[in-house]
Design a binder for this molecule. Sequence first.
Ligand SMILES: *Cc1c(COP(=O)(O)O)cnc(C)c1O
Length: 398
Amino acid sequence: MLAISSAKGTILYDEEGKEYVDGISSWYTCMYGHCNPYILKKVSAQMQKLDQVVFSGFTHEPAVKLSEELIKILPVNQEKLFFSDNGSTATEIGIKMALQYHFNKGEKRNVLLAFDEAFHGDTFGAMSVSGLSVYNGPFEDFFIEVKRIPVPTPENIEDVLEILKDRLKNSSVAGFIYEPLVQGAAAMKMHCPVGLNMILSLLKEHNVLTIADEVMTGFGKTGKFFASDHIETKPDVICLSKALTAGLLPMGLTTCTQDVYSAFYSDEMAKGLFHGHTYTANPLACTAALAALELLQTDEVQDNIENIIQWHKQFNESIKNHPKIAATRQLGVIYALDLNVKMERYGNLRDKLFKHFMDNGVFLRPLGNTIYILAPFTTTKKEMEQIYSAVKSAIEMI
Ligand SMILES: *Cc1c(COP(=O)(O)O)cnc(C)c1O
């Protein structure tokens, strides 16, 4: 276990003062660099004014402003926001929205639909829809009922649609939760927007609520503000966290359409969505999110996102035909390559790779035989080259 004592920009420092380029933005959060001065300044000022207040019966300026600013860049059909405090709760709330949406309309729908190898978090509803069983073994008996479909590719889409139709037969599917275009925990597995669009439009015909889990993909990583911006059919619900607050404080958001909101809006108490965490919409977290949203929309950040996309493309050209590489893929600033070797998800070779990266001053976390890069938007060319060079030497080493 290595103790990290400080961080600045793209760099983590350990207790000996050794530097590591944070090649995965500390799990896709610190996209504007660690201890970003603009975000720190905004949050420090907010801290002097209002630290925390109950978000039930009260509201506050940071939450209102954040809602207004976020609505401007979310897919146009998203109109309402539900605050919580991490990514798992954001998806948990999405799942509850889907189940209660039909319940409130007097329809019993108790099944959820999800992709193979999905990851949606560690609370019970989120675990139920997650398909990576390494994490879930002891709890599987207690899960919500879930049906699965494979992720779409140009080759399998007709089969996937047939499987989907079969899943929907005589069925009581309430909602479909999916990581749009990139499945992070499945080792940055990517699927095709055209196929996903066909799935979503078929589900809309069956009045199945669609829930985009953009906890990982949100806020510019795919080259657009949201992965859903690449897809014609927009989701009914979107889950956000991680880069939302730029790594400074935990927060979750579940956004939805007016139609979803209306199904809960009633004089009958029991029709409300009862889900409130103590730290829901914490004013400091909202302020961090607002500052992050401002940064995301600056020319400086947008230009460097474009730079990173080009650097990845060039790196990919230089490496993709290497005999030790089985496949490569990229969407926006997310780059991944699969090694041509069999590996345990958490086995010896993976540990050896991890150590090699750290010895070379780069923090990357290989998953199975996949090495992926998801560095902050503020990464310089020199820092990115340090990452590329560590990846190249790792490939030569294995
Ligand atoms: C990280 C992640 C979550 C869970 O978020 P936590 O804040 O770790 O609970 C859910 N969905 C996706 C796609 C994620 O990447």
